[in-house]
Design a protein around this ligand. Structure first.
Ligand SMILES: Cc1ncc(COP(=O)(O)O)c(C=O)c1O
Length: 370
């Protein structure tokens, strides 16, 4: 969600669009209008419509294979649930130094990986490691895909160099902005930092919960999409596009003191993180845990300051359970998201609930206080 669950203005705007019907024989003026509004700052680019980001990333793999003749992939981050996206992957959202990060998961019953189509994990975000992977699989890698959330673990300069190194090695470069695009800003991290990846995937936040994902890139590259048959029955349906138009109708306008909804969402997430950190302080656990805004505040996450706690899945899950019991839903081992409706939060009641959750957690798990 980016605006809110069952928001009145969103519902009303969406209903207005719905009177135009939900399916036509092909893509429509509404798809076109949405792309023009989304890509106004990227002249010469086009977009392909999908329902899920896993589909859009698979489409990027295929475009890369068509262009380079190579099936292999270098990936960093969670980039979807399709086999070659998830097979042999890590707990990607764990901090780089977390002992829980590197254990390989989803190792059985997966296709699309192997000697002739290697899927290599760029785990530590060091350029030397990337160079080593590019060398080890030389001539077999066609695509580099990076989950933009992991940009919060490194710097734009490192990522700029990573994109350049992959390009030099002949790979098509893809920034996967499924979590970030349309959330931290209208287009996301790659665009804001001028990284210039060949393709960008956007999803999740675009349509306030309706299923929509886009693959965006140079018109010449996207022209292969038709030859590659990158489309399905429901790629053309209009409900998600109406929801995306309604979302933009709202986010493009000033919100509170902010010039637009994206800026306001960043402010809200920054405040949410500050409240968690203040509540940890109130409860005397700030040496163990706090929170930080991620990439400007459209997302935030808990930060474990204590090494023992970082590697202790049970105690971390117990903390999340204590928050849930206090009416606060957070994701574990994953950034959490905020939406415009979080403006309505009673901030002091929220701080009290968070403090209570921290206190109950320390009481039940015997976690040391400061
Ligand atoms: C960076 C990233 N890529 C791809 C995906 C897959 O998206 P979907 O669940 O829409 O297939 C996700 C979903 O969490 C994601 O965060």
């Amino acid at each position: 969600m980016i605006i809110g669950h069952s928001d009145d203005l969103f519902n009303e705007t969406l209903c207005g669009y719905l009177s135009n019907g939900v399916m036509m024989p092909g893509y429509t003026a509404f798809h076109q209008e949405y792309l023009e509004r989304l890509l106004g700052d990227r002249p010469g680019e086009r977009g392909a419509f999908f329902k899920t980001a896993s589909e859009a990333v698979t489409a990027a793999f295929r475009l890369a294979a068509m262009r380079t003749g190579r099936l292999g992939v270098v990936r960093s981050g969670y980039i979807g649930w399709h086999d070659a996206q998830i097979a042999n992957s890590l707990k990607w959202h764990e901090p780089l130094h977390s002992p829980l990060r590197e254990k390989l998961r989803y190792t059985d019953a997966m296709r699309g990986i192997g000697e002739s189509e290697p899927v290599a994990n760029w785990v530590d975000l060091r350029l030397e490691s990337l160079a080593e992977l590019l060398e080890r699989h030389r001539g077999r890698l066609g695509c580099f895909v990076f989950d933009a959330y992991l940009a919060s673990f490194t710097t734009p300069e490192v990522l700029r160099q990573a994109v350049a190194m992959c390009r030099d090695a002949g790979l098509l470069t893809v920034f996967d902005e499924t979590k970030t695009g349309g959330r931290i800003s209208p287009l996301g991290y790659d665009h804001d930092n001028g990284l210039g990846s060949d393709l960008v995937v956007i999803g999740k936040a675009l349509a306030n919960g309706a299923p929509l994902s886009l693959l965006v890139g140079e018109a010449e590259l996207l022209a292969h999409a038709e030859r590659a048959r990158l489309s399905g029955t429901f790629s053309k349906e209009m409900i998600a596009v109406y929801a995306a138009l309604a979302t933009r109708d709202i986010l493009e306008k000033p919100a509170g003191d902010a010039p637009d909804g994206w800026t306001e969402i960043g402010r809200i997430g920054t405040e949410v993180a500050a409240v968690f950190s203040a509540a940890a302080e109130d409860a005397g656990v700030s040496s163990l845990v706090g929170a930080r805004p991620v990439l400007g505040g459209g997302m935030f996450e808990l930060v474990y300051h204590d090494e023992g706690l970082l590697g202790d899945k049970e105690r971390r899950e117990a903390l999340l359970a204590a928050f849930a019991a206090a009416g606060i839903l957070l994701l574990e081992g994953h950034p959490s998201f905020v939406c415009l409706a979080h403006r309505e939060i009673d901030w002091s009641a929220f701080r009290d609930r968070a403090r209570l959750a921290f206190e109950q957690w320390t009481a039940s798990t015997g976690a040391d206080r400061d």
